[in-house]
Design a protein around this ligand. Structure first.
Ligand SMILES: [Zn+2]
Length: 145
C-alpha cells in the first residue's frame, strides 16, 4: 500500500508551502488510494508545484516519471498491469490572487523586502487553506481506464 506522507513532509520536500502543493497533496491522496500495492509510473504535462506531491509520495525517479512540460496540469499514472488513472485539473480552478502573483516574482527573485516576503507567505497560507477547503471535484477530475 502506498503510504501517503504527512502534508508537512511533502511541503518540506517541495521547499515551500503554497496552494499548488496542497492541491498536489489532494491528488496524491486519491492516487495512493487508487494505486494500492502497485508500483506506478507517471506521465506529467507540467512541472508545476503539484507534481512534487506525486514525486514524493510515489518516490518517482527519472525511470518512473516522464515530464513533457506543456504548461497543463495533467497526470497519467499507470500500474504494471496497464490500468491507468488520469488526473486532470478543472480548467480555471487554479487558486491564486493578484497580490500574490505580483509579489511572487520579487520573492522568488530575491528582491522582495522582509515585509513583502512576509505578506507573500501570509497570502500563500491563505490560498493553501482555500485549496484544502475546496472539494476535490472542483479542483481536479479522476478517470480510470
Ligand atoms: Zn509550490
Amino acid at each position: 500500500m502506498t503510504q501517503l506522507p504527512a502534508f508537512d513532509e511533502i511541503a518540506a520536500a517541495h521547499g515551500h508551502r503554497c496552494p499548488g502543493i496542497a492541491i498536489g497533496y489532494k491528488m496524491a491522496k486519491a492516487a495512493a488510494k487508487w494505486a494500492g500495492d502497485a508500483p506506478v509510473t507517471v506521465y506529467a504535462t507540467t512541472t508545476r508545484c503539484p507534481l512534487d506531491a506525486l514525486r514524493h509520495t510515489f518516490g518517482l525517479t527519472d525511470e518512473t516519471l516522464t515530464i513533457e512540460d506543456k504548461g497543463e496540469l495533467h497526470f497519467i499514472l499507470e500500474k504494471p498491469n496497464g490500468e491507468k488513472l488520469f488526473i486532470d485539473e478543472v480548467p480555471g480552478s487554479k487558486i491564486k490572487n493578484a497580490e500574490g502573483d505580483a509579489l511572487r516574482g520579487k520573492v522568488r527573485g530575491g528582491t522582495a523586502s522582509a515585509e513583502e516576503t512576509a505578506r507573500f507567505n501570509e497570502i500563500q497560507e491563505e490560498l493553501l487553506e482555500q485549496a484544502f477547503s475546496t472539494p476535490d471535484e472542483k479542483l481536479f477530475t479522476l478517470r480510470t481506464e
